[in-house]
Design a protein around this ligand. Structure first.
Ligand SMILES: Nc1ncnc2c1ncn2[C@@H]1O[C@H](COP(=O)(O)OP(=O)(O)OP(=O)(O)O)[C@@H](O)[C@H]1O
Length: 507
C-alpha cells in the first residue's frame, strides 16, 4: 500500500504529529508530522544532520518529544517508562549491533525473557523457541552460534526476528545496507518484500537513493529539521528528491577519472606493495604513483578491506613487503605508517576512527599535534582555527569546533574522520568506504576533496562498495577470495566491474 493522499484519515501504523526536539541550541526537529501506513516500506531521507535519527529515536521510544506526540494505530504511544509496550509496537535495527556478542543467537533472541509467567524456561525449550521463530521468518542462522560471529547480514535478520517476536510489526531499518555487499543487499530486499507480504511495515533510512526506488513505496524528506515532502515513490523522480533534500535545484556530478588528463608517465612511485599475504588475502601486488588513485573492489569476503588495513598498519602481513618512497614500512605498526606519511579513513569510525567524547577540534587535529606546536602541544586557538576551517572545507554540520563528536549526526562524524586523515598532509591516503553514511550532496563535496588532494600529488588507495567512490580511480583492482583477479582502467562500465566483482560471466 502506498501513502494516502493528504487529508485522508486512515490510521497509520505510526504517526508523528507536530513533533519538535531540541538539543541545547540545536533544533533537531521542528513541527514534523509523518504517517507510515500499514504494509508499506516508507523511506526517510535527508542530508546529514537533517533529523532522521532524532525522529527514529522518538518513534522508537528512546527519546521524548519537546512538542507534539506519537501515535500507533491512531492511539497515543505508551509512556517512555513502559519500554515493553514500545517493544510490542516498534523496533529499530541499527547499523551497529544491538546483540550481545558473547551470547548465542538463541540467548540473544530470548534474553531477559526466560522467566515469563513465573517459570524459568529451560535451555532446550529456549533453543527450540529460537529455532521456531527463525524458521517462521525463514532466517537460516544457527541458534547456537555466538552472535558476535554472525555476518552483518545475519545479525540484522536476527534483530528483525527478535523485534517480530515481541509482537512489533513496524520495523525501522537505519542504513541497513551500509555494510552489505550487493548480493547481501538483494537478499535483504527480497526478505523485506516477503515480510511486507506477511504484514510487516518498514521505515527505511538510506543515503542510496536508488535503493529507495527499489524497495519503498512512499518517501518522506526531512531538511534542516523540517518535513518537506511525503509522496508515493512512483511520483517523485530522483532529481526532485535531491532538490527536496538540498533545497536547491541542480543534479549531482561525480567526476570520472576518465574525464581528466591521464597520469604523467614519469610520475614518481610512492607506494609499492609486493606479494602481500595475510588473513583473507594472498600475493597481492600493486604500485601507486604520485597523483594516482587506485581503487580496490570486491565483495565483503574478497579481502579488499584487509589489504588496505595492512597498508596502513592495522594488520600484520604473513608475507610480502610494503615500501613508501622506496623505504620498507614496518609491518603492523599504525604510528610508523603515520610517520611514513600514510593517512587513513578506517572501516569503522567508532572503533578506529574517533574519540567520540572529545571535541571536533581534538579529533581533527590529534594526528597533527607535532606539526601544530612544539613537542606535540598545540595552543587551543591553533587547534580551534584548524578545526573551524575543516568544518567549512568538509561541509560539517555542527554548532562549532568545540562540540563533542558524539553530538554529531553519523554522516558528519564520517566527515570529521576524513578531515583528520587529510589534515596530516599525508603522501598516501588510504580510504575505506570514505563516504559511508554521507548524504548524496556531501558525497560529491568529499569526492571533490579527494580529487583535489590527488591533483596536489598525493597517492590515493580507495576501497569502497560504492561505484561512485571508485570513479575517481585511474585503475580499479578487483579482488575475489583474497586474490586480485582483474584490473579495470578508468572509464570502466558499471556492468563489467560488477560482473567481475561478483564473478559472473557477461553473455
Ligand atoms: N545528543 C545530541 N546532542 C546534541 N546535538 C545532537 C544530538 N543528537 C543529534 N544532535 C543534532 O541534531 C541534528 C539532527 O541530527 P540527526 O542525527 O537526527 O541527523 P540525521 O538526519 O540522522 O543525519 P545523518 O544522515 O548524518 O545520520 C544534528 O545537527 C545533530 O548534530
Amino acid at each position: 500500500m502506498t501513502a494516502l493522499p493528504a487529508g485522508e484519515s486512515a490510521a497509520g501504523v505510526v504517526s508523528a504529529v507536530g513533533v519538535g526536539k531540541r538539543y541545547g541550541p540545536t533544533v533537531a526537529l521542528h513541527d514534523v508530522s509523518l504517517t507510515v501506513h500499514p504494509g508499506e516500506s516508507h523511506a526517510l531521507v535527508g542530508r546529514n544532520g537533517a533529523g532522521k535519527s532524532t525522529l527514529v529515536s522518538i518513534l522508537t521510544g528512546l527519546s521524548a518529544t519537546d512538542t507534539g506526540h506519537v501515535e500507533f494505530g491512531g492511539e497515543p504511544a505508551p509512556p517512555l517508562s513502559k519500554q515493553d509496550d514500545w517493544k510490542a509496537r516498534v523496533a529499530c535495527v541499527y547499523q551497529h549491533a544491538m546483540v550481545v556478542p558473547q551470547l548465542t543467537v538463541a540467548e540473544n533472541l530470548f534474553l531477559n525473557r526466560q522467566a515469563g509467567g513465573g517459570f524459568s524456561i529451560g535451555w532446550k525449550s529456549l533453543r527450540r523457541k529460537a529455532r521456531d521463530l527463525l524458521d517462521s521468518w525463514d532466517v537460516h542462522v544457527g541458534v547456537d552460534t555466538p552472535a558476535g560471529e554472525l555476518s552483518v547480514e545475519d545479525r540484522q535478520f536476527v534483530e528483525i526476528a527478535r523485534a517480530l517476536s515481541y509482537g512489533a510489526r513496524f520495523i525501522v531499518l537505519d542504513e541497513p545496507t551500509a555494510q552489505l555487499d550487493s548480493q547481501a543487499i538483494e537478499r535483504l530486499f527480497d526478505r523485506m518484500r516477503q515480510m511486507q507480504a506477511g504484514g510487516v511495515t518498514f521505515l527505511f533510512i538510506s543515503h542510496h537513493l536508488h535503493e529507495v526506488y527499489e524497495v519503498c513505496q512512499a518517501v518522506t524528506v526531512l531538511r534542516d529539521a523540517k518535513h518537506v515532502l511525503t509522496a508515493p515513490v512512483s511520483e517523485v523522480g530522483k532529481a526532485r528528491l535531491v532538490d527536496a533534500m538540498t533545497g536547491e535545484p541542480g543534479g549531482l556530478s561525480v567526476r570520472d577519472a576518465a574525464s581528466r588528463e591521464s597520469l604523467d608517465a614519469d610520475a614518481a612511485e610512492i607506494l609499492s606493495v609486493d606479494g602481500l599475504s595475510g588473513d583473507g588475502f594472498r600475493d597481492v601486488s600493486f604500485r601507486l604513483r604520485r597523483g594516482e588513485v587506485v581503487g580496490l573492489a570486491g565483495s565483503n569476503a574478497s579481502g579488499k578491506h584487509q589489504v588496505a588495513e595492512t597498508v596502513y598498519g592495522l594488520r600484520t602481513p604473513s608475507a610480502g613487503r610494503i615500501r613508501i618512497d622506496g623505504s620498507p614500512l614496518r609491518p603492523g605498526d599504525i604510528p610508523a605508517a603515520l610517520r611514513a606519511g600514510i593517512g587513513c579513513v578506517p572501516r569503522d569510525r567508532h572503533h578506529e576512527g574517533l574519540v567520540l567524547e572529545h571535541s571536533i577540534a581534538d579529533n581533527t587535529t590529534m594526528s597533527i599535534l607535532d606539526k601544530l606546536g612544539r613537542g606535540g602541544i598545540a595552543s587551543p586557538s591553533t587547534r580551534h582555527a584548524k578545526a573551524t576551517q575543516a568544518l567549512k572545507d568538509y561541509d560539517i554540520v555542527a554548532a562549532g569546533a568545540e562540540q563533542p563528536v558524539s553530538d554529531l549526526s553519523g554522516g558528519n562524524q564520517q566527515k570529521v574522520v576524513l578531515a583528520r586523515a587529510l589534515l596530516s598532509d599525508p603522501r598516501v591516503v588510504v580510504l575505506i568506504n570514505p563516504t559511508a553514511g554521507v548524504d548524496v550532496k556531501s558525497k560529491e563535496a568529499l569526492l571533490a576533496v579527494v580529487d583535489r588532494v590527488r591533483a596536489e600529488g598525493k597517492a590515493v588507495l580507495i576501497v569502497s562498495d560504492e561505484l561512485d567512490d571508485l570513479r575517481l580511480s585511474d585503475r580499479v583492482l578487483v579482488l575475489r577470495a583474497g586474490a586480485v583477479v582483474a584490473e579495470h582502467q578508468a572509464g570502466w562500465s558499471d556492468g563489467d566491474l560488477v560482473a567481475d566483482i561478483e564473478g559472473v560471466e557477461l553473455s
